[in-house]
Design a protein around this ligand. Structure first.
Ligand code: ADP
Ligand code: ADP
Length: 228
């Protein structure tokens, strides 16, 4: 479970990005984070994987309080949380296989476990046949599938996706959504910040709407709302 209590975030330049958020997300939920540009969606999710720290308030993920987390413990948090970005962030000089394996190598996974696990997740995202390709030899949708494979290769309990379909055409975006739903059906919590109105209004899930750094709406099977 993820629990935020009275969280505030002011950036060093004085911008108040998160203005008092409290929320609970249970294991296995699928949650869309919606709201206008600049409303605080990215800041909200960055605080969950410790890319940003709250100025005030507490965040607890699976019983671990991020407040008391020491810098050297951050990699352990990152094992529990997979992250997917709009622009994929694959390493261009590594193959598909190596991009995914890298996530396991950095946490010291024994080499004998790595190959099977990498090939299993590449199979899940239907890219095993492109294991030896480099990112620039793949379409945008394929690159996003590699980045999803990388995000789940550690078996995290949560996958956080910031605009995962933002750079993809509609048809490719639906494929990415089917994949995220499949991962969710295996028990992984999914938090997805998105501007994709059609997806939110078609694949109905919990919707948390953020405006001016506050939660203004939280609905179990919500709609996108009126944002651009
Ligand atoms: P969203 O993801 O909804 O577009 P963000 O969380 O990126 O919103 O931004 C919320 C507010 O915080 C905006 O006013 C934005 O300009 C500001 N902001 C975001 N990141 C930083 C940063 N690193 N430094 C200063 N201000 C930032
Ligand atoms: P399987 O026998 O389970 O079908 P393979 O061992 O044939 O799987 O591997 C599937 C794909 O992954 C192939 O393209 C293969 O070249 C690639 N691959 C397997 N192991 C590695 C590795 N250690 N480094 C890079 N690519 C690999």
């Amino acid at each position: 479970m993820i629990e935020m209590k009275d969280v505030y975030k002011t950036y060093p330049n004085g911008v108040l990005a998160i203005n008092g958020i409290s929320v609970k997300i249970n294991q296995g939920e699928f949650v869309y984070i919606v709201g206008p540009s600049g409303s605080g969606k990215s800041t909200f999710i960055k605080m969950m994987y410790r890319e940003e720290k709250p100025t005030k308030g507490s965040i607890v993920i699976n019983g671990v309080s991020l407040e008391n987390l020491k810098e050297q413990e951050v990699p352990f948090l990152r094992r529990k949380i997979g992250v997917v970005f709009q622009d994929f962030k694959l390493l261009p000089k590594l193959t598909v296989y190596e991009n995914v394996a890298f996530a396991l190598e950095v946490i010291g996974e024994p080499p004998r476990n790595i190959k099977k696990r990498v090939l299993d997740v590449l199979d899940l995202v239907q890219l095993k046949h492109k294991a030896r390709f480099f990112p620039d030899e793949l379409s945008g949708g394929e690159q996003q599938r590699v980045s999803i494979a990388r995000s789940i290769v550690n078996n995290p309990s949560v996958v956080i996706a910031d605009e995962p379909t933002g750079n993809l055409d509609p048809e490719t975006s639906w494929g990415i959504m089917r994949l995220l739903e499949e991962i969710n059906q295996r028990g992984t919590t999914i938090l997805m910040a998105t501007h994709n109105k059609e997806i939110v209004n078609t694949i109905r899930k919990r919707v948390i709407a953020i405006e001016d750094g506050k939660i203004v709406r939280d609905e179990t099977r919500g709609e996108y709302g009126l944002y651009d």
